[in-house]
Design a protein around this ligand. Structure first.
Ligand code: NAD
Length: 295
């Protein structure tokens, strides 16, 4: 049982904090949204009245915030938590943010003698609720091992990607590849359909041929090929277009830092931005199929 402070109780953070409470930890929570805090206190968490209060006696402080600017502000902004955290506390930031922000916050905290890991997740809201998230951690071996002791109460697979920031890089590499696979699978399926093929038959053929990939296996973007996937449920998310577009923006930022060539990632980002401009930001990311199928 550990004393844990938790900041950011949104779609992901809410169920993650809930799983920590269920695992028997003493969890003190903070969010700007009062009703999110109330939901957690009903489940047994303690409410912090100010964000600084989550630091009191905390062995761990976990954050699950929208973007890099929020993480920078909470920890290193004016009167940031860097001024309130004890040196014995391990900070675990699970938000998906740019690696540079993770490295900046980790570096500033290190100067103050406070340990930090970035630990973005894969698995979505369903994984957060079920406690089956994948955590991709960046930090020292010792901090990874320490973080592992509570991450296992929120997730199933915990990976150590490398030093601080490596978790973020690994996560956006994965999501960039996923978006390219989703776009490519949609493109191939629609071309087959245009030539009169049955998408179920074509999917089965490609699944057993060299085009096999995760989207064909578990997340077919063409409606009514598979049951219980967003495409067969009006493209209800799932994983929203807006979030994929955000991750692809981070991927392009990362590519620029190292001058890495990512032409397919750039194309995928443009396709997802196009969907946002068409008002499809809140649909599941597999709705990219409609860019090809809607004539
Ligand atoms: P969300 O918008 O539902 O939740 C964010 C929460 O942070 C909100 O409750 C908000 O009130 C709170 N918040 C914002 N600023 C704050 C502040 N200064 N102090 C305290 N609380 C503050 O977002 P989410 O879907 O839970 O996503 C969180 C992170 O997880 C994002 O970085 C996202 O990219 C990542 N992520 C999301 C998913 C998903 O499927 N939703 C999957 C993987 C990763």
């Amino acid at each position: 049982m550990a004393k844990i402070g938790f900041i950011g109780l949104g779609n992901m953070g809410g169920p993650m904090a809930s799983n920590l409470v269920k695992a028997g930890h003493i969890v003190t929570v903070f969010d700007l949204n009062e009703s999110a805090v109330n939901d957690l206190t009903i489940q047994g968490a303690k409410a912090a009245e100010t964000v600084e209060q989550v630091c009191v006696d905390a062995e761990f402080v976990v954050s699950m915030l929208p973007a890099g600017k929020h993480v920078r502000m909470i920890y290193c902004g004016e009167n940031g938590l860097i001024n309130h955290l004890d040196k014995s506390t391990l900070v675990i930031d699970c938000s998906t943010i740019d690696a540079e922000s993770a490295q900046f916050v980790g570096g500033e905290l290190a100067k103050a003698g406070i340990s930090f890991v970035d630990a973005p997740v894969s698995g979505g809201v369903a994984g957060a609720a079920a406690g089956t998230l994948t955590f991709i951690v960046g930090g020292s071996d010792a901090d990874f091992n320490r973080a592992n002791s509570i991450l296992t109460d929120m997730g199933k697979n915990i990976f150590h990607a490398g030093n601080i920031g490596a978790g973020q890089v690994a996560k956006i590499c994965n999501n960039m590849l996923l978006s390219i696979l989703m776009a490519g699978t949609s493109e191939a399926l629609q071309m087959g359909i245009d030539h009169g093929l049955d998408p179920k038959v074509l999917s089965e053929i490609m699944l057993n041929s060299s085009g096999r990939n995760w989207t064909l296996e578990l997340y077919n973007p063409c409606p009514n090929v598979q049951e219980n996937v967003p495409s067969s449920n009006g493209y209800k998310p799932g994983f929203m277009v807006d979030l994929m577009a955000k991750d692809l923006g981070l991927a392009q930022q990362a590519a620029q830092q190292t001058n890495s060539a990512t032409p397919l990632g750039a194309m995928a980002k443009n396709l997802y931005n196009l969907m946002q401009n068409q008002g499809k930001g809140a649909e599941d990311f597999s709705a990219i199929f409609k860019l090809y199928s809607e004539k």
